[in-house]
Design a protein around this ligand. Structure first.
Ligand SMILES: *Cc1c(COP(=O)(O)O)cnc(C)c1O
Length: 443
């Protein structure tokens, strides 16, 4: 019988994360203070983030960062995640390609986001922080943070975009089940929120309003830190647990990928899977760890939010209101308003600074997936592999199917590895709209 799922024993789980910045030939450019245009130091960042995360954010020296024991212990609740050979999908497509996926949907929260929520809350606890806060749109990050905060005994306050809170009520139920306080943004609980509501009493909220409120809470509350679930370099660092496990699991399967694919919002699940494999290709690597095989790294973004293929590489704000530092990245402009597609986690105008530099230097490429193609792919995946994918993950599946179909023409038995970043069980309204024929392609 052919083996379908590959799992690691607890003793084989990675004990370090991989920091790709240390091996990059062209390092990411510095984050800038928007007022002075001076590069930000770790001390500057530590005003809002946990000090250890601020340090990791700017570390361009150490390729390996120890995963604290307590974090490893929490990872063992659900890791390793399975590497799965998608035989049924291959058969349905009639492709000679070998398709594998890393299943990050099998954890208490259903997406990869918890891989970074756990260390961020751990470092806060270590540093004497008592409260964490964040913003969330669709709610995957807020849910992951609520769970992680509870396990480390921290209070958690989440500002959720008001309109998303109404559209996706179960995500706030999940956050509240884990003990978090969830506030629809804009709210009357902050100066920023009051100003927005005074100007526009019916404001539906946006990530911009929610970021402003969360940052205000963090900077005005003693012992309170702000956290982010994507874009920042320390977040992709934590996510490399995905690729480090996958490397060992691919070896168990006796294969090495030709193509690696992940969906792309800010870049954390893409970087998490890709960076450990990419390290073998970086020019700065020693001969003994350099690979002769060049992997095709593909980031799948929504056609309606195409920062990788149509964005500009320049300094821009991370939020729509212009409160964050200036980030060197591929961006559609911080005032870009992404269409209201169902893949909420991919509706972001910019790309993280590491992935932006790697894209500029030709180590990876972006592809654009129209909304209907993403759901077609998600449906085929659900009907063959038995897992309903998150609308975000459907983009990675669609890009995988495109590559697998090329193999039908060429007859190549390419090994394709993609990341299943989450399941879609709380996104069934999106599937309903698709099945009812109400969805359209935007952009
Ligand atoms: C948040 C999210 C994404 C997008 O974020 P990245 O940082 O680009 O990984 C993708 N998939 C799921 C399931 C998410 O929750």
């Amino acid at each position: 019988m052919k083996q379908k799922r590959f799992l690691l024993d607890e003793s084989e789980l990675p004990r370090q994360w991989y920091n790709i910045q240390a091996d990059m030939v062209n390092k990411p450019l510095p984050l800038l203070n928007p007022a002075t245009k001076e590069p930000l130091s770790a001390d500057d960042l530590a005003h809002i983030f946990a000090a250890e995360c601020a340090k990791q954010e700017l570390d361009q020296i150490h390729p390996w960062i120890d995963i604290p024991e307590e974090v490893q212990e929490r990872y063992r609740f659900y890791r390793s995640t399975p590497l799965v050979r998608a035989y049924a999908l291959e058969e349905a497509l009639g492709t000679p390609a070998h398709i594998y996926f890393k299943n990050e949907s099998v954890n208490p929260l259903g997406s990869h986001k918890v891989n970074s929520a756990i260390p961020q809350c751990y470092y806060c606890k270590q540093e004497g922080v008592t409260n964490v806060t964040t913003e969330t749109g669709a709610g995957q990050w807020g849910a992951a943070l609520s769970y992680a905060a509870k396990t480390f005994g921290l209070e958690c306050a989440v500002y959720q975009v008001k309109i998303s809170m109404q559209q996706k009520p179960y995500r706030s139920s999940i956050m509240r089940t884990f003990g978090a306080t969830v506030t629809g943004s804009p709210s009357m609980s902050t100066r920023a929120g009051k100003d927005i509501i005074t100007a526009d009493p019916n404001h539906p909220g946006s990530l911009g309003t929610a970021i402003s409120e969360a940052v205000e809470l963090a900077t005005t509350t003693p012992n309170c830190k702000y956290t982010l679930g994507s874009v920042m370099s320390h977040v992709s660092l934590h996510q490399t647990i995905i690729g480090l496990e996958a490397e060992k699991q691919m070896a168990m399967a006796g294969e090495y990928p030709d193509t690696i694919i992940a969906c792309f919002g800010g870049g954390s699940n893409f970087g998490g899977l890709a960076f450990p494999f990419m390290r073998h290709q970086l020019k700065g690597q020693r001969d003994d760890v350099r690979s002769t095989k060049v992997i095709d790294f593909i980031a799948a973004e929504p056609a309606s939010c195409p920062k990788l293929t149509k964005g500009k590489f320049e300094y821009d704000f991370g939020d729509s209101a212009g409160y964050t530092p200036l980030l060197p990245m591929y961006t559609l402009g911080h005032t870009f308003k992404p269409a209201n597609i169902h893949a909420g986690g991919l509706r972001y105008h910019g790309a993280g600074t590491i992935v932006s530099q790697l894209l500029k230097d030709g180590y990876m490429r972006g592809v654009d997936i129209p909304q209907l193609e993403s759901f077609d792919a998600g449906l085929l995946f659900a009907r063959t592999e038995g897992i309903i994918p998150a609308p975000e993950s459907c983009h990675a599946i669609a890009a995988t199917i495109r590559e697998a179909k090329k193999c039908i023409e060429t007859g190549e038995e390419k090994v394709i590895l993609f990341n299943l970043s989450g399941h879609g069980l709380i996104d069934m309204t999106a599937y309903d709209s698709f099945l009812n024929g109400d969805l359209v392609n935007i952009g």
